[in-house]
Write a protein that binds this ligand. Structure first.
Ligand code: GTP
Length: 381
């Protein structure tokens, strides 16, 4: 008994694939250019859907379309999947050898169709190509960032593709020799094509998901970071600092804050120009940030003023961190930049310390003012 006509099933699966291609195309148009590969995937899904449609018409249309053209479209689609993943991960794909390999495989399929006809030979060659493309796809998808559900779904679908192709080779011997190879009379080929079309759907959904996850990550980065230095902005700082404040209050652990300001920065701008001033700010953020631990929060509050929050850090350790930063900045690491120094004020939240975050920063600010008054290039608490 036939639950659903295999050809109907394929048409539905391929139509859904086309819908996914449309989503990928729309994403490609609206997503930032650095999320690459979406266009390649949209094209790949269309090519593979057409290939599966042509293959299902075997026996009804000439072999040139149902076999050779279908193979060419399928392999080109799989190649585009890999190319798309390479672009997505920021790599530049090498087209030439890949296109040559696909052309060679299509010629081989054509030869096995007309030159020395062999149905198992063709299936074998194509299955081997699927294994190669999908294994490469699984490897690339597994490395794709961000490592979330999308990347896991993608690699799982590729691995499934490898498994189906291996199974197809394993079932080759059960295709009785000389059997009618037409789609309608070859149940194994029907299952194979069905699995393929569903696989394309799964892959498209995986890629749509991973691209969305990347977009969310990028937007979150843009919303929380100072574009020039990559340090947190004021709003993101307070969002994180409030959590640390509550945690410190609950666990009765100290919480230190450092407010820093580059000395005579106006003179840097006036003498060397605004561009060099920007480079100095970036240099400070990079070097100071490099001296912090993972839970520490570095934020740019504006101009050349930075704030650092140090969870589970008392006054003594806070001053030690500030002094380390001061000494590091005093050393002129980048000879292209003018020498500069920084003043830092330290405050700590504790049992009878400041009542809230603003008060903590005000105490650190007052200490910074004393450091400036005391001659600059120094740490005060
Ligand atoms: N290049 C550059 N300059 C900036 C930026 N934001 C603020 N500034 C400049 O930074 C300077 C800040 O100088 P002030 O805070 O007045 O003081 P200072 O010269 O650093 O002197 P002290 O802080 O007293 O040691 C101003 O000239 C601002 O125009 C920026 O993003 N890039």
């Amino acid at each position: 008994m036939e639950l659903i006509n295999p050809r109907t099933f394929l048409i539905v699966a391929n139509l859904l694939g086309l819908l996914c291609a449309l989503v990928l195309w729309v994403q490609a148009k609206s997503f930032p250019a650095d999320i690459g590969g979406l266009r390649d995937w949209a094209k790949a899904v269309v090519l593979m859907g057409c290939a599966s449609g042509l293959a299902s018409l075997r026996g009804l249309i000439p072999d040139a379309f149902a076999i050779v053209l279908a193979a060419a479209l399928l392999l080109s689609g799989e190649l585009l999947l890999v190319i798309g993943l390479l672009r997505y991960s920021g790599r530049t794909p090498q087209w030439r050898p890949a296109v040559d390999a696909v052309a060679g495989l299509v010629l081989l399929v054509a030869w096995l169709t007309w030159g020395s006809p062999s149905y198992p030979g063709r299936i074998f060659i194509m299955a081997l190509a699927h294994i190669a493309f999908f294994a490469l796809g699984a490897w690339l998808a597994q490395q794709a960032k961000p490592a979330g559900f999308g990347s896991r779904l993608l690699s799982a679908m590729f691995v499934l593709g490898v498994a189906v192709a291996v199974l197809r080779i394993a079932t080759l011997s059960t295709d009785f020799a000389g059997a009618d190879e037409a789609f309608d009379r070859d149940p194994i080929q029907q299952v194979y094509l069905g699995a393929f079309s569903l696989g394309i759907l799964g892959l498209s959904i995986g890629f749509i998901l991973i691209a969305n996850e990347r977009l969310r990550e990028e937007l979150e980065y843009l919303a929380t970071r100072d574009p020039m230095t990559g340090a947190f902005n004021r709003r993101a700082f307070f969002a994180r600092a409030e959590i640390e404040w509550a945690r410190a209050a609950r666990s009765r652990r100290p919480l230190a804050a450092i407010v820093s300001d580059i000395d005579f920065f106006k003179k840097v701008n006036d003498t060397h120009g605004h561009h060099v001033g920007d480079l100095v700010i970036k240099d400070f953020a990079r070097r100071a940030g490099g001296m912090l631990r993972l839970p520490d929060i570095l934020a740019r509050f504006g101009g050349e003023e930075f704030v650092i929050l140090l969870p589970e850090t008392g006054l003594q350790d806070g001053c030690r961190v500030a002094e380390r930063i001061r000494q590091e900045i005093e050393k002129r690491r980048d000879k292209a930049l003018p020498p500069y120094t920084v003043s830092l004020g330290v405050a700590v939240a504790g049992d009878d310390g400041p009542a809230d975050l603003e008060a903590l920063l005000a105490v650190a600010d007052a200490a910074l003012y004393r450091a400036k008054q005391g001659g600059r290039n120094r740490v005060e608490a």
